[in-house]
Design a protein around this ligand. Structure first.
Ligand code: TXA
Ligand code: MG
Length: 346
């Protein structure tokens, strides 16, 4: 990483320049409709290695390969597309759905964390599409944060974590969805949801006859065989510096519990609350996630708020739990991980 003197911030009109760096095997972060990604040429093992180094990412955590055109999928996978896969692609691409499929031999093992499968997605964000097209290579791109930190939803988050470690970032303002893509494994038997995200479980069920939810989505998994299926799920994730506690249950009881917890604390306390109950808390720094009736608003704000609490130096953060329907499943999955599964049920 020593060779990088400065991380250049590219405006929307400088995508071509950013694409040139990618062609030279360098790292450039870019906006997608979910979160910012840290891109490198997915077919160049040396470029991909830099991603793991810059993020401090464990080598067995595989990367998602991003394409801008469906024709590019063929060269990345080893089998014919199933009818199911084609249906999903027709329905949800471009968009926040990542498909795990058997990989072609030209995809380096370092990109897939040593696995025989590859995760592929076609982002919907015009700048992401433009960058991939100009670079003329598929881009491996994990979220552009230091490993274990909340995913970046603005270019400044990328700079906070990675300035001096990557060659550039394309600034496209705030990302739309705010939580990452849905990861669906199609490589064996029944389609399995490995990570809930921008495309909801309910939406998948409308398109597919059967979808299994991987147990790691809703609870901490300690068993190694299960961890092997979704390697990304076992690591510490989205965690701010402060201790995080998630309170789950009925809304009135959640509020009462958090009030009680605040009374028992001495340090600097943060509360991540919904608009409906944010006025309820005293003696705490309260940040509004959005309305309970607007999960889109909440998904856009959770990572940003976790970072803001860090900047304020709070010791503990209490978070109001939400319903798990629709985008709620993805939001709760991220909040549980941010809390390190430190959950109080009321
Ligand atoms: O929305 C997103 O998906 C963002 C943007 C930048 O596209 N990317 C992203 O990448 O979230 P990352 O690396 O932070 O998360 C990728 C997830 C991890 O949980 C990883 O384990 C899983 O996808 N994954 C990747 N390849 C896989 C594979 N072959 N089999 C199973 N899981 C895989
Ligand atoms: Mg990530």
């Amino acid at each position: 990483m020593k060779e990088i003197k400065e991380t250049k911030v590219f405006s929307q009109s400088e995508v071509q320049e950013a694409a040139k760096l990618l062609q030279e095997g360098r790292l450039v972060a870019f906006p997608t409709e979910t979160v910012y990604g840290l891109g490198a040429n997915a077919l160049d093992p040396q470029a991909v290695e830099k991603i793991f180094a810059a993020k401090g990412r464990p080598a067995d955590n595989p990367l998602i390969v991003h394409i801008a055109n469906q024709n590019k999928l063929e060269e990345l996978i080893s089998s014919e597309l199933s009818k199911q896969a084609q249906k999903l692609i027709d329905e949800f691409w471009p968009g926040p759905l990542t498909l795990v499929l058997p990989k072609a031999s030209k995809v380096p093992k370092i990109t897939t964390g040593g696995l025989e499968t590859v995760a592929v997605r076609m982002p919907k964000h015009p700048l992401a599409q433009q960058l991939i097209e100009e670079a003329q290579v598929p881009l491996a791109a994990p979220s552009a944060n230091l490993s274990g930190r909340p995913s970046p939803t603005i270019a400044q988050h990328v700079m906070t974590d990675l300035a001096g470690r990557i060659s550039g970032v394309v600034d496209g303002g705030q990302t739309g969805i705010g939580v990452e893509s849905t990861v669906l494994d199609l490589s064996q038997g029944v389609p399995t949801l490995l990570r809930p995200g921008g495309v909801t479980y309910e939406q998948l069920k409308e398109t597919l006859k059967r979808v299994i939810i991987d147990p790691a989505v809703e609870a901490k998994i300690d068993n190694e065989a299960q961890q092997a299926l979704s390697p990304g799920m076992k690591y510490k994730h989205y965690a701010p510096e402060a201790k995080v506690v998630l309170i789950e249950g009925a809304q009135t009881e959640i509020v009462a519990k958090i009030k009680e917890l605040i009374r028992g604390e001495e340090g600097k306390i943060g509360v991540m609350a919904t608009t409906e109950s944010s006025h309820q808390y005293q003696n705490a720094i309260v940040k509004e996630m959005g309305s309970r009736n607007n999960l889109k608003q909440i998904s856009m704000s959770i990572f940003k708020l976790l970072r803001e609490f860090d900047q304020l130096g709070v010791d503990k953060i209490f978070i109001e739990g939400l319903s798990q329907s629709g985008l709620g499943l993805a939001i709760m999955n991220r909040l549980r991980k941010a809390a390190g599964y430190n959950i109080i049920k009321v």
